[in-house]
Design a binder for this molecule. Structure first.
Ligand code: DGT
Ligand code: CA
Ligand code: CA
Ligand code: ZN
Length: 572
């Protein structure tokens, strides 16, 4: 799909026009085009073929022509025209969080800054201070933005890497020589960002296996191809490493290459104390190999329970395993429903029926419809009477389902002044209330924490969505005192969300574990705006497992009655 490519071109056009100080109307229309195309769930090329581009809201004739031109020729003349006289370095600068086109234009005019190198130098020499609109806070944000930008250039979100792994494994599995195949590394541990993807296979015909690996679909560059190792870059921009080992070493290799490095180092120390040695080839006493076919061999021989990959970060899992006290981690199959979803009544695409249908296909017993509330104009938030109408419609629809329920809800804005977007007399008609912050990000820690705690103290609010507001590749999150939020949630019986959307994954694993230890219940929710985002529940379950959560810690493992009772309890 060329959707993201095309969206990125429009975004660049908008940025460069803004940099050049052109009129805002045109800039906004390019930005809008970038957003809708980036969000499309169908292939833009298909729509172009069918002549349906202008059916997309926000895409006019002019934009459609540019898309068609790009699809047919691989070029967009408008883009080339706009880019004249602007360097790639400057374009890169505008991608740094906290540095919009206006600031970049000003830095260019005042200090002659063109690229990141210039900017870092100017920061070191403290030259930004005193420039128009640049105070200490802004400088601090720019420094943080550069850091975030550099790490996001090197690592990709697990949400991007995960589908790549599924595709690669599916394709390689067809290979007759391959016995075992499994993802290892940070991806198997479900880390929120991935440096590179590691895949491990076993089989005798190493060279042939590596050959089909480097020739599989989606490969854009071959970095290495030997008889036991191959390394490629794929369309998604990430590097994939493949290793082929002997069948009877597969378990040991899987253990080794799953990591983390810190976990492995600690494990080796334990082995040493027992007079054993572990390596990627097996577990040994002296020269005698005593295991390695299965990953369990390694842990068992060390007198431990097998440790789920998500826990292997050397955060106490080794001790817990030696004491036979590992948690019984939550599994995908424990999830009975998704607790945060948007329909076409606000800014999602699916109808209620489509949402219910998809949820039933996933084996869910319920699904929460939580459209945005009225303050969030950009997301077409629902007014009081619209929410009441939505409730009626869902009640009607529920009569048709057997063993499945759409739950009536809202994702209600916690407004900048700390008030809530709906009065209690409307909230009481809902099954479940999700509340979240979408504005006033720049308020200090005290104010934001206060707003959030006020919402938590409302008897109708059941879940705080994406509690820290961070976006993995773009934004650090607002300043909030999470300890205070956790305490307030524990006290009131309010749950905190793991938002599964790949760029959020918020709460993260560490916060999650902290919340659990304080006795706070967790909701794992996709915040899906399209049906094909609902799979991301798998990412959220991964984060939950990394946070040591068990099924009993998570409210969407409850039956629908138990879930309703959980919500009602707070109202008493
Ligand atoms: P990433 O790719 O940065 O997201 O993180 P990982 O954990 O996938 O790291 P990677 O790809 O460098 O290596 C994969 C695994 O191989 C790693 O988790 C543990 C193992 N490994 C790599 N280098 C070393 C090492 O120097 N010592 C030990 N004990 N293990 C290593
Ligand atoms: Ca890796
Ligand atoms: Ca690697
Ligand atoms: Zn949402």
């Amino acid at each position: 799909m060329k959707n993201h490519e095309i969206a990125a071109l429009f975004e660049r056009i908008a940025n460069v026009l803004e940099l050049k100080g052109e009129n805002t109307f045109r800039i906004n229309s390019y930005r809008k085009a970038a957003r809708v195309i980036g969000d499309l769930t169908v292939d833009v090329e298909e729509l172009a073929k069918e002549g349906k581009l202008t059916d997309i809201p926000g895409i006019g004739e002019g934009t459609a022509e540019k898309i068609v031109e790009y699809i047919n020729t691989g070029k967009m003349s408008k883009y080339e025209e706009v880019m004249k006289g602007v360097s790639e370095d400057t374009i890169t600068l505008m991608q740094i969080p906290g540095l919009g086109p206006k600031t970049v234009a000003m830095l260019n005019k005042e200090l002659g800054i063109v690229g990141l190198g210039d900017l870092e130098k100017a920061l070191q020499e403290d030259k930004l201070k005193g420039l128009f609109g640049i105070g200490d806070k802004k400088i601090e944000n720019i420094v943080k933005g550069i850091e975030l930008f550099k790490t996001s250039q090197q690592r990709i979100s697990i949400g991007m890497a995960y589908p790549v792994v599924i595709r690669v494994i599916e394709e390689l599995r067809q290979h007759p020589e391959i016995k075992d195949i499994q993802a290892a590394g940070s991806l198997r541990r479900m880390k929120e960002t991935i440096g590179d993807i590691d895949i491990l296979t076993s089989g005798a015909a190493g060279e042939a296996i590596v050959k089909s690996f480097v020739n599989m679909s989606g490969v854009t560059q071959i970095l290495a191809a030997g008889d036991t190792k191959g390394s490629v870059r794929v369309e998604e921009g990430v590097q994939v490493d493949l290793r082929v080992v002997h069948e009877d070493e597969f378990g040991a290799a899987l253990q080794y290459f799953t990591g983390s490095k810190e976990h492995n180092i600690h494990l080796r120390e334990i082995a040493k104390k027992k007079g054993l040695k572990i390596s990627e080839y097996g577990i040994f006493r002296g020269d005698k190999k005593i295991g390695g076919r299965l990953e369990e061999d390694i842990y068992k021989t060390l007198g431990m329970d097998w440790i789920p990959p998500e826990l292997r970060e050397n955060r106490g899992e080794i001790e817990a395993s030696l004491e036979r006290k590992l948690p019984k981690l939550i599994e995908l199959s424990d999830i009975k429903g998704d607790l945060h979803n948007h329909s076409n009544w606000s800014d999602g695409t699916p109808t209620f029926e489509e949402m219910a249908g998809h949820a039933m296909k996933m084996g869910y017993k319920y699904l929460v419809v939580s459209d945005h509330s009225k303050s969030l104009h950009v997301a077409n938030g629902l007014k009081d009477e619209e929410l009441l109408e939505e409730i009626e419609e869902i009640d009607e629809l529920n009569k048709k389902f057997k063993g499945f329920t759409l739950l009536k809800a809202t994702e209600m804005d916690i407004k900048a002044d700390g008030s809530l977007d709906f009065p209690d007399k409307i909230l009481e008609k809902l099954d479940i209330v999700v509340a979240s912050i979408h504005s006033g990000f720049k308020q200090g820690e005290e104010k934001i924490t206060e707003r959030m705690i006020a919402a938590i103290r409302n008897p109708y609010v059941n879940i705080i969505a994406h509690p820290t507001g961070r976006l993995i590749s773009r934004r650090e999150g607002y300043e909030v005192n999470l300890d205070k939020v956790i305490d307030a949630c524990a006290e009131t019986g309010t749950a905190l969300e793991i938002n599964c959307y790949y760029d959020r994954l918020d709460l993260n694993d560490i916060h999650c574990r902290k919340a659990k230890e304080a006795g706070v219940m967790i909701a794992i929710s996709t915040d899906a705006h399209h049906l094909d985002q609902m799979w991301m529940i798998e990412l959220g379950v991964g984060i939950a497992r990394r946070g040591w959560l068990e099924a009993k810690d998570v409210i969407n493992t409850f039956s629908v009655d138990k879930l309703k009772a959980f919500c009602k309890k707070k109202r008493k």
